[in-house]
Design a protein around this ligand. Structure first.
Ligand code: NAD
Length: 278
């Protein structure tokens, strides 16, 4: 049974979902179809992944009712202007074949683009919620000062901040800042995009528990309270990544994994303060 997290607008989201970054469009319908079959009920996609239509196809073909699957998408970097937010949100709904989306995120803050005006982009996201076809609005890759600005200037806090976080880069500053605004943290790249899987400390804890390294890492995230959506294209791994609610890490094991943090050196993705690809 996958636990739910309650967000600051009263909605709930499954704490464990399925990620679709780098799932090629031609394999997405089958891959997401398998994920839904094995029990995932939360799918994370993005305009920039070019696979929203195939995610929509998989959900439509799954036979599941609309309210049984939580769907997140993200605003692509070229679409930060208000009109583009509204126009491309419509395209996202159409591709996903839904009347209403559960969660839409600003994918990157792009502080060096658009005159650093992600506040206007955030206002357009709030407009979408007020329009009724978006349940919840959030952000991704927002640093503490970015969060302070959007909350301070609009009075609306995002429901989540989706940030890179894993044992090699705990990203505790952005996590703390999110929590201070009652924003839930979604940890992207929970396995460090594979980098953490071969770690010796993780390996030792996993052998002791007779668990896979991936399960130990994902369990660490769950006990930290973050929302995660690991990605795999293999059914056995999808199943393995779901089987993390029947064991617990001790406080000592949590500390050993905490100690693997390398700070910003441990990042596998770009630094949101300088990332500017549109
Ligand atoms: P991840 O940490 O989930 O790692 C994925 C890789 O780990 C896979 O390619 C696979 O090779 C390996 N793997 C997964 N399960 C395994 C298992 N049980 N055993 C062995 N190997 C296994 O990386 P990710 O896909 O980048 O992150 C998860 C999701 O987060 C993405 O799919 C996407 O939805 C989201 N994401 C968001 C952003 C953002 O900027 N907001 C950036 C990257 C990813």
């Amino acid at each position: 049974m996958i636990p739910s997290t309650t967000l600051n607008d009263g909605t709930t989201i499954p704490q464990l979902g399925f990620g679709t970054y780098l799932v090629p469009p031609e394999e997405t319908a089958a891959t997401v179809g398998t994920a839904l079959e094995v029990g995932y009920r939360h799918i994370d996609t993005a305009q920039g992944y070019s696979n929203e239509a195939e995610v929509g196809e998989a959900i439509a073909n799954s036979g599941l009712a609309r309210d049984e699957v939580y769907i997140t998408s993200k605003l692509n970097n070229p679409n930060h202007e208000r009109d583009d937010v509204l126009r491309t949100f419509d395209e996202t709904l159409e591709k996903l074949r839904v009347d209403k989306l559960d969660l839409f995120l600003i994918h990157w803050p792009l502080p060096t683009r658009y005159d650093g005006d992600f506040v206007s982009t955030w206002k357009a996201m709030v407009e979408l919620v007020e329009g009724g076809r978006l349940a919840s609005a959030g952000v991704s890759n927002f640093q503490p000062d970015h969060l302070d600005r959007i909350v301070g200037e609009t009075g609306f806090a995002p429901v989540v901040n989706q940030i890179e976080a894993h044992p090699y880069f705990r990203n505790d500053e952005a996590r703390r800042a999110s929590h201070e605004h009652a924003i839930a943290v979604e940890a992207w790249g929970p396995l460090g995009q594979g980098a953490v899987l071969d770690d010796d400390v993780i390996g030792r804890i996993a052998s002791g528990l007779e668990r896979a390294p991936s399960q130990v890492i994902l369990r660490w995230h769950i006990q930290r309270g973050d929302i995660i959506f690991p990605k795999s294209m293999h059914r056995e791994r999808m199943e393995e990544n779901l089987q993390i609610f029947d064991f617990e890490l001790t406080p000592e094991q949590m500390e050993q994994i905490d100690a693997l943090d390398r700070g910003p050196e441990g990042r596998v993705g770009p630094d949101p303060d300088t990332f500017d690809r549109v």
